[in-house]
Design a protein around this ligand. Sequence first.
Ligand code: CA
Length: 229
Amino acid sequence: MSEKKRVLVVEDEKAIKLGLEENLKFAGYEVISAEDGPEGLRLGQTARPDLILLDIMLPGMSGYDVCRKLRDSGAQMPIIMLTARQDEFDKLHGFEMGADDYVTKPFSVKELLARVHAVLLRGRAREEGPREFLFGDCRLDMVSRILTRGGGEVTLTRTEFDLLAYFCRNTGKALSRDLVMNDVWGTEYYGTQRSLDSFVANLRAKIERDAHEPKHIMTVHGVGYKFVV
Ligand code: CA
């Protein structure tokens, strides 16, 4: 990395916050931090962090709400949720709120740093790709994250956008469901394949002329999907 990436840590448990700050600095990151939801939101909106580590149970405002409000205000930096228990984090809910990944406490520093690095790399790959994709009567603008169809804007959820952008970047390749879920949601995503299929069904309804006879998001039997322009 040519310049230091700035990581915002939002965590109210002082020992964890201190440990994260020290380890991230040692790994070469610039670190800023907040101990409650409102301050985390404020810094997320004003301090231009490259990535946010966001606890869920926070004083003042939950991590979910901080995440959603950041996304609502247009913030696109990666967000990794920190969760106290495996079952505390509702994965689909978290991803719909706009989280990119999550780790469960207690986490190893090595694992967390690997996750931070991977998420920043994914973000960079997103920035370096084409600025738009054209298929059928659709245009997907990667900069404004807007899908237009026949000139009119089509509303996509964040997850739908990420999934469609992924398909576009991998046009013509047969993609297994595992690969898609892994690449779009991160390595620790154990959602059912049916949840991916339901996102695909929603996307087809929005981009296909006939969702029952798709011409863009094709089913590859026994494998997964293939995107065709
Ligand atoms: Ca907490």
